[in-house]
Design a protein around this ligand. Sequence first.
Ligand code: GLN
Length: 237
Amino acid sequence: MTDSRVRIVSVLPALLGTYGDGGNVVVLERRLAWRGIPVQVVRTTVQDPCPAEGDLYVLGGGEDEAQLLALDVLRTSALRAVLDRGTPLLAVCAGLQLLGSSLAAGSESFVEGLGMVDLTTARLSRRAVGEVVTRPEESTGLNRLTGFVNHGGSTVLGSEARPFGQVLEGPGNAGESDPVEGVLQGSVIGTYLHGPVLARNPALADLLLTRAVGSPLPHLEPGLPEQLHAERLARRG
Ligand code: GLN
């Protein structure tokens, strides 16, 4: 960082931004600005997909073709160095899948993933679609999360990765009967939740920002995002 601004890198949002996932970056930006913390958002393109000097990286979901294009572009990028440095990264759906060691590229073929997170993704026989409620791993300090999922991938975690949360309602990483949602490994938080997930779950946005800033954030009075989060959980029992 060459100045005091928190630099948020939105990785390839034109390819990885389905279901409004670009909104995750807007939420992060606003929650810093509301606290008076200077922020800069970089939205990358295939010409320079992953600058090395960010404080927080965000990958969104994507359709199958766009996701494979993003995968190829990211193979030779600085993303590995960014993660080796322990920089926080949120990866949603397609973003989560492409960090793994392999992923489905059609009904029966697979491609090699980036190999940065210990997971593999095969194909579901029926797409996982619907509302999800999870209980995140205790170490995150988060309460319940909600989101919307729509994916054809079926993800299984390897021994170096941990689930981000346990499913309380809806499909998990590998579809309807999987009790596991998302992934934690190193500085990566991966999830299948759209919504955008940070608009629906402001506490997750603040967890990422705390890690990016490296110290506790100034207090922010709970507002509409927190109210909507509570109401959504109340409606789902
Ligand atoms: N294309 C991937 C799948 O269907 C990811 C979808 C998404 O990002 N919502 O599994």
